[in-house]
Ligand binder design. Structure first.
Ligand code: CP
Length: 295
């Protein structure tokens, strides 16, 4: 595995190996790189979880982390992403984690020897989030084949949904969608049925909620938080209809009382905080995989 750019580029076996390694790291097991390894995290869009959990993963693996602030870099003087990345490679960086507003930004960087990890590309993909979601689901259920997963909300703008729907279908899960019709693309019916939220919550093993991506809405959308919560949100009433062993997931940041009732974020069925914790272990596994030859 030279880079981690999209979920489609990972085989089932590679996914399985990454989940196994994440479980290994979660049991407080360690690994060692024989040479000094250097990482840089280039975040051109805001992030709390992805940025800090990659940094935590890097530190737990003994990787040296360079600091980088786009606003204080030569990007402000017109430097291209390729030239920034090339500079990082030239000064000795082994792996760059990049979050960027442009879909497929990584296509221009594929030829670099330095490993590239996609930390989210516009509305494209979010492979490390997808893998931590898979890890969390596997911890809970132990399988994907036949599992019923409901993905709810701003599906068309969500890179998390985009990565997750493709890979969950490939792993044998059955998918259902709910949310505003205008936030669901016709081609996404390839992956599953779009149904009413009340029907979805009663029938799935995983209720995967998505953040409303206001920053990606080109059109002027009239959004009323209360109406959205009542129509498509996971209210306490709807949570009461969920199956006994069903779980709630959300990649976060959560818009409390929009996608999910405030009281449910840390409830018994919620795995939202576990997802954040698991993010560190899956990112350790990803870093180890792309840096394998340096061990
Ligand atoms: N889930 C996720 O990508 O969160 P951040 O935007 O905080 O990194």
């Amino acid at each position: 595995m030279k880079h981690l750019l999209t979920m489609d580029e990972l085989s089932k076996e590679e996914i399985e190996e990454l989940l196994n390694r994440a479980a290994f790291f979660k049991k407080a097991k360690k690994t060692k790189f024989e040479k000094e390894v250097y990482a840089v995290n280039l975040f051109f869009e805001p992030s709390t979880r992805t940025h800090t959990s990659f940094e935590m993963a890097e530190k737990k693996l003994g990787i040296n982390v360079l600091s980088f602030e786009p606003g204080a870099s030569s990007i402000t003087k017109g430097e291209s992403l390729y030239d920034t990345a090339l500079t990082m490679q030239a000064i000795g960086v082994d792996v760059a984690v990049i979050r960027h507003q442009d879909e497929n930004f990584f296509d221009a960087l594929r030829s670099l020897d330095m490993a590239i990890i996609n930390g989210g590309d516009g509305c494209g993909e979010h492979p490390s989030q997808c893998l931590l979601d898979l890890f969390t689901i596997q911890e809970q259920f132990g399988y994907f084949e036949g599992l019923k997963v409901g993905i709810v909300g701003d599906i068309s703008h969500s890179r998390v949904a985009n990565s997750n729907m493709k890979v969950l279908k490939r792993l044998g899960a059955s998918l259902y969608f709910a949310g505003p019709d205008s936030w669901f693309k016709k081609e996404q019916t390839t992956y599953g049925k779009h149904i009413a939220m009340d029907e979805l919550v009663k029938n799935v093993d995983v209720v995967m909620l998505l953040r409303v991506q206001h920053e990606r809405h080109d059109e002027e959308i009239k959004f009323d938080k209360e109406t959205y919560h009542k129509t498509f949100g996971l209210t306490e009433e709807r949570a009461g209809l969920m199956r006994e062993n069903a779980i709630i997931m959300h990649p976060s940041p959560v818009n409390r009382d929009a996608e999910i009732a405030d009281s449910l974020v840390e409830s018994e069925k919620s795995r939202i905080i576990t997802q954040m914790t698991n993010g560190v272990y899956i990112r350790m596994a990803i870093l180890e995989a792309v840096l394998k030859e340096k061990k």
